[in-house]
Design a protein around this ligand. Sequence first.
Ligand code: PSV
Ligand code: MN
Length: 386
Amino acid sequence: MTERAAVKAALKTQAVETPSWAYGNSGTRFKVFAQQGVPRDPREKLDDAAKVHEFTGVAPTVALHIPWDKVDDYAALARHAEDRGLRLGAINSNTFQDDAYRLGSVCHPDAAVRRKAVDHLLECVGIMDATGSKDLKLWFADGTNYPGQDDIRARQDRLAEALAEVYERLGDDQRMLLEYKLFEPAFYATDVPDWGTAYAHCLKLGPKAQVVVDTGHHAPGTNIEFIVATLLREEKLGGFDFNSRFYADDDLMVGAADPFQLFRIMYEVIRGGGLSRDVAFMLDQCHNVEAKIPAIIRSVMNVQEATAKALLVDRPALDEAQRAGDVLGANAVLMDAFSTDVRPLLREVREEMGLDPDPMGAYARSGWAEKIVAERVGGQQAGWGA
Ligand code: PSV
Ligand code: MN
């Protein structure tokens, strides 16, 4: 296989998972701007996700968030997905929107609240059994706002105990993906604030527990690709929640704020063998002011472009320059790949996959946006928390 053919083959097999919640209404603390044509239920979210997959060819799975996507019959929901060429992906738990969780969930000082939270996580594993989902994604809003508010170390013990109970419940081919986040909604001390804490818990739990890197969950200036390289080296990188940040957890389109950072991350993924390993490439975004489906298509394309550039890095030349201590030469090899316009290559990839080379244009021409505005009238639009 020529090098170009190998790059194209890798791009054709990459899969980007889209989040059900990105298709619903969302906003900031200040305002949710409702959009026309927004899905009213999980089925309609899947209908929209099917369009993203139809035009990109690389978005075959959809992550669910429970209870936002709660249905009576999960097997039927999985069939609805299958009928549209999709599969249900990670099940995201939600232990942050109940009054009981004011002081935390699995780290709460009251055992009854912890029980409620763990029961929810176990319910999520039950849903995975019904949907065929492989990954349980855990993010905890737990933490404290004031020094002395609770015992930092005791909270870690409670977290470990809860995780261990859920870990035991996992099936042989199911995983637990633990996500960390520097701050918010807790501001003094977050219980899983960084990759080190997540890694320590996952290491103790065992091989089915892995870390999720949400690209919006770090302090400004954090070298995320270093974290990616380290986790891959330790075989503990479970996946990504991709998005962009300018300031905090902005949840903007991946690759919009810093395409160079996304390229550097994808380079480390490839360098660490992560493309062919079980790394889940998920989006975790909200489209508050822009049209949702095209924004998700654009995000998938941004991941593809960063991946294509990272695949084009001349690794032997880089290796040679690095070994020779040729600082500028090594940097130039990396920058050459980043500076390559990969859009013609991706157009070819899409044509070879039987797709329109221009996913954004093809979606706009498809009439789907007009159709959902005309048809989705009445009912309650899905939204963040609805
Ligand atoms: C938390 O900020 C987070 O990144 C987690 O992944 C949640 O599940 C997701 O956002 C949705 O709000
Ligand atoms: Mn996330």
